[in-house]
Write a protein that binds this ligand. Structure first.
Ligand SMILES: NC(=O)c1ccc[n+]([C@@H]2O[C@H](COP(=O)([O-])OP(=O)(O)OC[C@H]3O[C@@H](n4cnc5c(N)ncnc54)[C@H](OP(=O)(O)O)[C@@H]3O)[C@@H](O)[C@H]2O)c1
Length: 332
């Protein structure tokens, strides 16, 4: 595994970080508690010491599972969680509910970033995680009901109290990030980034990289399509949010797979899977601190963790990049 400093903090994170959204079950067709906990433990055996979760992932369930997985060895992990997306029916919802019930809950989700709400959310997360500190606390998505300074004030207080070790944001525009930085040291911005979604390379990454701020790349496998396992006629289950993504339209799957066929020989030369090649490419792009690899079972996290150990030559990187330049996707 490769370890990196998170922004200008003293926190070292694993370049492949466990993405704990899917284990929350919500929007992912459910999850299996035993398998999820095993996945986190197994990831640790392969060097994945950092975990990214959020209260909204399974409405408390993902954080609870993370808490169970790190019990007794809390200090060996770096827990990143978030605040700012809440649901009306509060309290911990530890059981997986039916899709219909989740649909109902979906309509109850809202964003808020008022100071007192952030403080309360932090307490809820600490309780669910079974810990007295969060390593890295992120504002999940900008909200309209609170100015940036109010959000930063709340984070500052939590830092002072030692409840969080470092602070950052997610899905912030460059303008929003700059605004936040006026009030508080932000370590990173968590953003969507993959081989087929690279818009942040233009302005965001240069700005952050020049200041030694991190980028936490989410959906680096573009929700699985970059593993090559989807076919143009693949059926996605009802309720699978990927159905509406442009990356999962038949023509785009066909084009992505044609690209993957071209880089497959590189994967074969190293005896790795396409998912590993893609993740390795991601963590070696300028400014990228970690790739959040979503996984829900031990097999997936082991495969993803091992991606960090791969060493690509510059010739191989160039070959991948040339093929990527030639890849054009339909926008709608
Ligand atoms: N800040 C934000 O707003 C935000 C938004 C999205 C995600 N995130 C974070 O980023 C993490 C990762 O993002 P993501 O889950 O959207 O996308 P991702 O990592 O691009 O894709 C994850 C999905 O790809 C499949 N997969 C993973 N490893 C695989 C492997 N080795 N072989 C084959 N398939 C594999 C699994 O799907 P199957 O179900 O098909 O097995 C998995 O659920 C999340 O867990 C979360 O922590 C943050």
């Amino acid at each position: 595994m490769v370890y990196r400093e998170l922004g200008n903090s003293e926190i070292k994170v694993s370049a492949i970080t466990f993405g704990a959204w899917a284990i929350g079950g919500f929007m992912w067709g459910g999850s299996d508690e035993k398998e999820a906990i095993e996945a986190i433990s197994h990831g640790y055996d392969f060097g994945v010491t950092s975990i990214d979760t959020a209260p909204i992932y399974g409405m408390g369930l993902s954080e609870e599972l993370v808490g169970k997985a790190v019990k007794g060895k809390r200090n060996q992990f770096q827990i990143m969680t978030k605040f700012g997306i809440r649901w009306k029916q509060q309290g911990t919802q530890t059981e997986f509910r039916s899709q219909a019930e989740y649909d109902r809950l979906m309509s109850q989700i809202y964003r808020t970033a008022r100071k007192e709400s952030i403080i309360e959310e932090c307490e809820n997360s600490l309780r669910r995680l079974g810990t007295d500190y969060i390593d890295y606390y992120q504002h999940h998505r900008p909200a309209e009901d609170a100015p940036v300074e109010e959000v930063m004030e709340a984070l500052d207080r939590l830092l002072d109290q030692g409840k969080i070790r470092a602070a950052g944001v997610s899905n912030y525009s460059l303008e929003e990030f700059k605004k936040g930085e006026k009030y508080l040291q932000l370590e990173a911005n968590q953003l969507p980034y993959s081989m087929v979604k690279r818009d942040i390379e233009k302005d965001m990454i240069p700005y952050l990289a020049d200041r030694n701020k991190g980028v936490i790349a989410y959906s680096p496998l573009q929700r699985g399509v970059l593993t090559g396992k989807f076919k143009p006629d693949s059926h996605l289950a009802e309720g699978d949010h990927r159905k509406n993504s442009r990356f999962f339209k038949s023509e785009n799957i066909r084009r992505i797979n044609a690209f993957l066929d071209k880089i497959q020989p590189i994967a074969e030369d190293h005896n790795v899977t396409l998912a590993q090649l893609v993740l390795n490419w991601t963590i070696h792009q300028r400014g990228i601190t970690v790739a959040l690899a979503g996984a829900r079972n031990p097999r997936q996290i082991e495969e993803n963790a091992r991606a960090a150990d791969l060493q690509l030559t510059s010739y191989e990187m160039n070959t991948i990049n040339k093929n990527l330049e030639a890849l054009e996707l339909e926008t709608e």
